[in-house]
Write a protein that binds this ligand. Structure first.
Ligand code: NAP
Ligand code: ZN
Ligand code: ZN
Length: 345
């Protein structure tokens, strides 16, 4: 029996929940979860902000743990290995995206870690707010032993979600990168962009985060609460990563891009954005989007973290604090990711 926390119905508080994990298949590994991060996407789904969801829901897709048993066909991991599980647990394995390691863009759709049925169409996928997990070896990654484990869990979603667009849009020396929102995702963006050698600016709505941003590696911090702040930063970035899920006037942020600059949407607000065509074509600006990262990139990101000593800044909490942590996350009051100590389930 697995012990965890579940959302019984849309928007209801999470409560203790006991359930069975699936039996170990040939290529599965079982793990004891050590830490599970709280992503804002968990809150969106628990509160049904993205459309109908599946309840009871055990959220959680930032998982780190140790392998406790392996199926007969497992070759990638052994009992005792430290592994991570992220936002998906399966995909079709045969489409061009799956074959090129971009499983998050699978033609048939990736299988989420929770709030969905597995590919057999009947097994409910329960996520990481629990003490154990079962995962196909192909959808887990190796975690460097050198890193602080509580800070590793958020790398599995927040980490790779920022690492992937930074690599894709070639952040590096000479590139002026701005990160919108210093939350769970944003603070990982600052750390990665800095480690990649880019010039990093945080665009925040919270003055109180300035010192933290600078200590994480940001070169500049701007509170975007006035026309003056926008005017002073016009045409000054090559890449803007937008991690904010509140409804913002994107047009104003597009104007911060220099010629050939790109704004990448990562946060998922409920309403569509509006912007003028002239804002794009006048400076050959572009707007894009990016969703988590595929399996090879997840491993690459963890190895990069191992080499550079990068982990998430976390507040470790006990399971009975999850509901408060949700409210604090929504209020932008988290430094900078809540991580549940799985021994408290
Ligand atoms: P988070 O920790 O809550 O951080 C979001 C940040 O946005 C806040 O810390 C805050 O930063 C800023 N913000 C919040 N309210 C704002 C407002 N009213 N106006 C301006 N800025 C505001 O959330 P997260 O876990 O990083 O997730 C962020 C978003 O990304 C969510 O929508 C989540 O679902 C989505 N997401 C997307 C992917 C993907 O693959 N694309 C993956 C994971 C999550 P400041 O205080 O610095 O302004
Ligand atoms: Zn997430
Ligand atoms: Zn596929």
């Amino acid at each position: 029996m697995s012990k965890g926390y579940a959302v019984p119905s849309a928007g209801a508080p999470l409560e203790p929940f006991a359930f069975e994990r699936r039996d170990l298949r040939e290529s599965d590994v079982a793990l004891d979860i050590l830490f599970a991060g709280i992503c804002h996407s968990d809150i969106h789904q628990a509160r049904e902000e993205w459309g109908p969801a599946l309840f009871p829901m055990v959220p959680g897709h930032e998982i780190v743990g140790r392998v406790t048993s392996i199926g007969n066909a497992v070759t990638k991991f052994a009992v005792g290995d430290l592994i991570g599980v992220g936002v998906f647990i399966d995909s079709c394995r045969k489409c061009p995206q799956c074959l090129s390691g971009l499983q998050q863009y699978c033609v048939e759709g990736m299988t989420g870690t929770y709030n969905t049925l597995e590919r057999d169409g009947k097994t409910v996928a329960f996520g990481g707010y629990s003490d154990s997990f079962v995962i196909d070896q192909d959808y887990a990654v190796r975690v460097p032993e050198s890193l602080k484990l509580e800070g590793v869990a958020p790398l599995m979603c927040a980490g790779v979600t920022l690492y992937s667009p930074l690599k894709h849009w070639k952040a590096g020396p000479g590139k002026r990168v701005a990160i919108m929102g210093l939350g769970g995702l944003g603070h990982m963006g600052v750390k990665f962009a800095h480690a990649l050698g880019a010039h990093v600016t945080v665009l925040s709505h919270s003055e109180g985060k300035r010192a933290d941003a600078l200590s994480m590696g940001a070169d500049a911090f701007v509170v975007m609460n006035s026309d003056e702040a926008f005017a002073a930063n016009a045409n000054s970035f090559d890449l803007i990563l937008n991690t904010v899920s509140a409804d913002l006037v994107l047009e104003k942020y597009l104007q911060l891009l220099d010629v050939d600059g790109a704004l990448v949407v990562i946060g998922l607000p409920s309403k569509p954005y509006q912007f003028g065509a002239g804002t794009l074509l006048g400076k050959r600006r572009s707007i894009g989007g990016s969703m988590i990262g595929g399996m090879p990139e997840l491993q690459e990101m963890l190895d990069f973290c191992g080499e550079h000593g990068i982990v998430s800044d976390v507040e470790v909490i006990a399971a009975d604090y999850i509901n408060t942590a949700y409210d604090r996350t929504v209020a932008s009051d988290v430094k900078y990711r809540f991580v549940i100590d799985a021994s408290t389930f």
